[in-house]
Design a binder for this molecule. Structure first.
Ligand SMILES: [Zn+2]
Length: 159
């Protein structure tokens, strides 16, 4: 496992705030190798009408592979402001990312949605496939190291 750095998660949080400013969901990522930021991923689902490549993790992975001119991200750490969805967690495995660090968890997102529903609000309708990132990692190869809850308090502000 690669040890995370707060400054790199801060860049992912900044990317998430930029996504919100663009009218998208607040979700950001960065890919780092040997302490150097290789790419930044933004949620562009709504602004680009792209429910696949519009996920911040997929954006960051694609950009990092292009920047490094290689199909895999061995020895790279991916920071995400939220627990990756099953598609993105699978993409991390396909890309051979070493470590995935994330802020808020699925449980945080579910709790927030229920909180808003209880208040009668329907603005935040987080859709999901109910498969935790951990489950995908347990059933995937190569093994990706997961570090949940990193700078969670900062990431919670995005919900
Ligand atoms: Zn995703």
């Amino acid at each position: 496992m690669i040890e995370p750095k707060q400054e790199h998660m801060q860049l992912a949080l900044d990317a998430a705030h930029q996504s919100i400013a663009n009218g998208d969901y607040g979700h950001g990522c960065v890919v780092v190798k040997d302490g150097e930021v290789i790419s930044t991923g933004y949620e562009t689902l709504k602004s680009a009408n792209d429910p696949v490549n519009g996920h911040a993790e997929v954006d960051a992975i694609r950009k990092a592979c292009q920047a490094l001119s290689q199909p895999y991200l061995k020895d790279c750490i991916l920071y995400s402001t939220a627990e990756p969805c099953p598609m993105c967690m699978s993409a991390c495995i396909w890309a051979k990312v070493d470590t995935v660090v994330y802020g808020i968890t699925r449980d945080d997102m579910i709790a927030r949605m229920e909180e808003l529903k209880a208040k009668g609000g329907s603005e935040f309708s987080w859709r999901q496939i109910a498969i935790p990132a951990e489950y995908i990692v347990e059933h995937g190869e190569p093994n990706v190291h997961l570090l949940p809850g990193y700078m969670r308090d900062e990431a919670l502000k995005l919900l």
